[in-house]
Design a protein around this ligand. Sequence first.
Ligand code: SF4
Length: 231
Amino acid sequence: MRICGFNKTTLLDYPGKVASTIFLGGCNFRCPFCQNGILVVAPGEQPDYSQEELLTFLKKRKGILDGVCISGGEPTLSDGLEEFLGKIKELGYAVKLDTNGSRPKIVKHLAEAGLIDKVAMDIKACPDNYGNLTGIEKPDMDSIFETADFLLHGNLDYEFRTTVVRELHTQKDFEEIAGWLAGAKEYYLQAYKDSDGVLRPGYGSYTFEELQNFQKILQKTILSVGIRGID
Ligand code: SF4
């Protein structure tokens, strides 16, 4: 496990909680719009925080913080994740896992072991468009479907979310996602923001009004659909 980044306090990453976010290096996708590009392609060049350092910090902050968000990269690829989460849970924290959904067995195992309290799963696009959005020629959609199904039909708290990129998404994506995730309880459209940290910078965002149109499409089958990232 390589802990490449650590945000001591956030009110955004774990909705409803005052949390810390831990960023684990490495990912099996190459989403061109990825905001953490360096963490994905060159995790070895990033800082490497020790688990002890973070656990000591979390121990001291008990009572001030109440959640820990495990993000990446793709955290389910990291060796030793289960043991690390066990130590965080021993401190009494709620844990939210951010995942691209490519490793359903790990997500299920962590949930069944009581090591995660919430999952935020990226929905990159409609299934046909996943290759373009993940930078992978043939993404394993069966695994993505399995993770989404587990969340849709299980007891674990979750949210689905899509970073919406003008050049990569069309209305068809949201019409198909509405069918795929019908009955979901919580979904967020996140406006893409360009920055130097993006894997392939230069993309644009949809306007708020355009995102609202996608929101209306999703609201036909999904209970709660929010928009994030518009100032
Ligand atoms: S957006 Fe997420 S899944 Fe895609 S490359 Fe970045 S860390 Fe990996």
